[in-house]
Ligand binder design. Structure first.
Ligand code: ZN
Length: 234
């Protein structure tokens, strides 16, 4: 085997080790972001429901106040009935009482309607708060686990990265870049064996000329179909 290909193959073993150590860790930020979005959405729903209920509560309190002042007014108008001096004034006062009472009753109805609304909104608010609490718990648990995973892997990853530097030493820069590009785009297999004239990366047939070059071991041979760097398997 060409000595540089052997070096790349050794490097690939180390890189696959790094990949298996970091695969789940690399997915943690995206997973964390997904869980944070879920929590934010739950918080948004809870805030929206609470705001709706608070508004209904404020409106019902304002109506209640208006109803009480209408009651006061009706009371005063009733008292006036006793002191009016003529029938016209009496009728006018009765008319006023009737008007105020009509408004008051309409407000009373609105107020009851709001109170009913609040009673149905309350369990929705409680349920939304429970979802927020649950999502918070899930996120906190996830963050704890993620931190523990990172901490437990830190030493192993540092060790294997150090080893990678040593293995990569002596490789020409352009060949190393080519290898790294292939490693990413070819499913973590940049260097692959040829068996019975077939590339084991893409199962394309290798030319006689390439097979001869591989046997000679003096040049770096690439698969014509997938561009992986080849070696003859024994
Ligand atoms: Zn191939």
């Amino acid at each position: 085997m060409h000595p540089l290909v052997q070096k790349l193959l050794d490097l690939q073993v180390v890189d696959q080790e790094i990949t298996s150590l970091t695969k789940d860790i690399d997915s943690l930020p995206a997973e964390e972001a997904r869980r944070r979005r879920k929590l934010e959405e739950a918080e948004r729903v809870a805030a929206e429901r609470r705001e709706k209920m608070t508004k209904a509560e404020l409106d019902s309190r304002a109506l209640d106040k208006a109803i009480r002042s209408s009651d006061e007014e009706i009371k005063k108008l009733n008292e006036r009935l006793n002191v009016v001096r003529n029938n016209a004034e009496y009728q006018a006062t009765l008319f006023s009482i009737e008007n105020v009472r009509k408004d008051r009753d309409a407000m009373q109805e609105d107020c009851l309607h709001l109170l009913e609304q609040i009673e149905t909104q309350r369990p929705d608010v409680v349920a939304a708060d429970a979802v927020v609490a649950e999502e918070k718990g899930v996120l906190e648990g996830f963050l704890r686990e993620a931190e523990a995973l990172r901490a437990s892997r830190a030493d192993a990853i540092a060790e294997v990265r150090g080893r990678r530097e040593q293995v990569a030493q002596g490789l020409p820069e352009d060949l190393l870049r080519e290898y790294e590009g292939l490693y990413k785009t070819r499913d973590n297999m940049a260097v692959c064996p040829v068996e019975s004239s077939y590339c084991q990366g893409c199962y394309s047939k290798i030319t006689m000329n390439d097979t001869a070059k591989l046997m000679g071991g003096t040049s770096v041979v690439r698969c014509g179909a997938c561009q992986r760097i080849l070696y003859l398997s024994r």
